[in-house]
Ligand binder design. Structure first.
Ligand code: 5GP
Length: 192
């Protein structure tokens, strides 16, 4: 399907702690034609998470069977856990006319880019790396070592930014959401 088709596939990546979840939550709230593709993961469920809503939580064996059956549009290991995007879920949502948002890491985005060059690729960046660290420290849940390890991971993730169609700085959520809405609107206009 080309971008001129009925709906867009929107791939969103960015370093951990940059605020992807909040930005996506706002985008979904404000745009009823957008829908989120729930990923599969082997990561343990966090207390506040709902199976089937935040993720579909599966065992490693189940995940590997799905990968073997080619059920994933992409899949990758992030922080030692497996994550994958269901090809069937994306297809069903696009068939129903929704623009579909994927929140996936940079390795997953590389795979989707091969299979779906028609996608819109958005990288969410922090205003500065210092600000990213400051936000993490403010959350106050990580040790100094964890912060440093995540910092190295964030720098690696940032090195992928120029592979994306758009880099959006999350200085404030309202502004970042507005910018993404405008660029999606523009993409739709350009390609109809
Ligand atoms: P968390 O476990 O904190 O929810 O997510 C950790 C990382 O996994 C995030 O960077 C997120 O973008 C990535 N992630 C979530 N779902 C998927 C997926 O389906 N595929 C890939 N490749 N990455 C994912």
């Amino acid at each position: 399907m080309s971008r001129a088709g009925r709906s867009l596939l929107v791939v969103i990546s960015g370093p951990g702690g940059v605020g992807k979840d909040t930005v996506i939550e706002q985008l979904l709230k404000r745009n009823p034609h957008l829908c989120y593709s729930v990923s599969y993961t082997t990561r343990p469920r966090r207390d506040y998470e709902i199976d089937g809503e935040h993720y579909s939580f599966v065992t490693r064996e189940e995940f590997e069977q799905m990968a073997q059956a080619d059920d994933f549009l992409e899949h990758a290991t992030v922080n030692g856990n497996l994550y994958g995007t269901s090809a069937a879920r994306v297809e069903a949502a696009q068939r129903a006319g929704y623009d579909v948002i994927l929140k996936i890491d940079v390795q997953g985005a590389d795979q989707v880019r091969q299979r779906r060059p028609d996608g819109v690729y958005v990288f969410i960046a922090p205003p500065t790396m210092r600000e990213l660290i400051r936000r993490r420290i403010e959350r106050g849940v990580e040790s100094e070592e964890e912060i440093q390890a995540r910092q190295r991971l964030a720098e690696w993730e940032m090195s992928f930014a120029d592979r994306y169609d758009h880099i959006v700085v999350n200085d404030t959520v309202v502004r970042a959401v507005g910018e993404i809405e405008s660029l999606l609107e523009e993409d739709r206009r350009l390609l109809v």
